[in-house]
Design a protein around this ligand. Structure first.
Ligand code: GLV
Ligand code: MN
Ligand code: MN
Length: 412
């Protein structure tokens, strides 16, 4: 099957997409349902329509762009990723899987391929947890990992409910209809940058993902006692921020204590109230991200962090409330997809290696309803979630070629 990507067109589209941003270039900030996110969606819908794809959007804003196959009785094959970006990010995370997926489809179209199964390109809503505190919002709802009632309880940092934000953004369908049936797709393949250094270090251009690590998120609210920074004596203080700092150190220790490189824990958010230099912090809210390939070890880290919260509460006389936002199981890639991807790499003469994904992806949830796998391409110095995130044109090209080949095999 002749399917040569139009690399310069794809690079131009990546550049245009990066311009929908609330941060000046090269940084990209595109929070879900912000004005920039909505403008980026409109741009993508135009590209999908130009490629003669049938468009559908569900109640949470997941977009489905379908190349209709010859036999509509067969389950479609799917690819895709996300286009929201964490604050001060780069241009490749997620977008490679969306625009690369589109280019894979266009390359197959140009090559004269006629799919028997439909090929569907998905753009998932809010893979990043920035706005609602939980990642993979769209794919969680698609897979049933998050219920419509659970989604209705979500609020953003300003206290606005997801439903209200959806309504304002023009999505007025029922959240009950987002869930897709098990085996809805014959297979799902996501193309993504590795977001780590292994491919680059080994000089191997493609990674075939075998498993995705198990992520968990905690929100910890600490209530102490505020007051005048000059007048309240040190023995009388119940400083919520200092308690939070102690907990953050315990988070780091919990990961280091396992002595496994696969254990990671991060305190990525610390909000302090009232936030004045001469006022003792009365309240602090932490958001903590904990991951491991090994579910039992991940859960042991969560227990250690809970114990540390209890110890800090007692020692510092503060109230500590722990909310578990999510604790997901790891995902295994399907042999159908990993074998298809290996065969594609061999046919194209592209060296590859199996690898684990330490980052999470919408594939974590798609794997619950469809045979799923991922293609990783290298990113410079393993950098991601930063403005200097970079994937080379040659690597992007190879990733799209492998994706196109795999979609063609799966859709035949
Ligand atoms: C996705 O962006 C992740 O945090 O793994
Ligand atoms: Mn990301
Ligand atoms: Mn991503």
């Amino acid at each position: 099957m002749q399917s040569t990507p139009d690399l310069s067109r794809l690079l131009n589209e990546l550049e245009t997409l990066a311009s929908f941003s609330d941060a000046p270039a090269p940084a990209v900030t595109r929070v879900v349902f912000s004005a920039q996110d909505l403008a980026a969606r409109a741009y993508l819908h135009r590209l999908f329509s130009e490629a003669a794809l049938e468009l559908r959007t569900d109640a949470v804003g997941n977009t489905f762009a379908r190349w209709v196959g010859g036999d509509s009785s067969l389950a479609p094959v799917a690819t895709g990723s996300h286009t929201d970006a964490v604050p001060h990010a780069g241009r490749y995370d997620g977008t490679i899987g969306v625009l690369g997926g589109l280019e894979a489809i266009r390359a197959l179209q140009r090559g004269g391929f006629r799919p028997r199964r439909s090929i569907e390109l998905l753009v998932f809503t809010s893979e990043e947890p920035t706005r609602f505190g939980i990642g993979c919002l769209g794919s969680r709802l698609i897979s049933g990992a998050l219920s419509p009632e659970g989604a209705r309880r979500l609020k953003d940092r300003d206290g606005k409910s997801l439903e209200e934000i959806l309504r304002q953004a023009g999505f007025d369908k029922s959240l009950e209809d987002v869930r897709l049936a098990d085996k809805f797709y014959h297979g799902f393949v996501e193309l993504h940058i590795e977001q780590g250094p292994l491919l680059e270090r080994k000089g191997i251009p493609v990674g075939i993902v075998t498993a995705i690590a198990a992520p968990a998120t905690l929100r910890v609210r600490i209530e102490g006692s505020g007051g005048h920074a000059g007048a309240v004596l040190m023995p009388e203080r119940r400083d919520a921020f200092v308690a939070a700092a102690e907990i953050a150190l315990a988070v780091e220790s919990a990961a280091k204590a396992t002595r496994s490189a696969d254990s990671v824990a991060t305190t990525g958010v610390c909000n302090v109230f009232p936030g004045a230099v001469n006022s003792i912090p009365s309240r602090a809210v932490l958001e903590i991200d904990v991951r491991d390939i090994d579910l039992a070890r991940r859960d042991a880290m969560l227990s250690a962090i809970r114990a540390a919260c209890g110890a800090t509460a007692a020692k510092r006389q503060v109230a500590v409330e722990i909310e578990l936002i999510n604790a997901d199981a790891p995902a295994q890639a399907s042999p159908l997809i990993t074998q298809t991807l290996s065969a594609s790499c061999r046919a194209l003469g592209i060296e590859f290696m199996p690898m684990v994904s330490r980052a999470y992806h919408d594939s974590l949830f798609l794997s619950r309803i469809a045979p799923t796998g991922m293609i990783f391409i290298p990113c410079r110095n393993g950098v991601s979630h930063r403005p200097d995130e970079y994937a080379s044109p040659a690597d992007i090209n190879r990733g799209v070629q492998v994706l196109a080949s795999a979609l063609a095999q799966l859709a035949q």
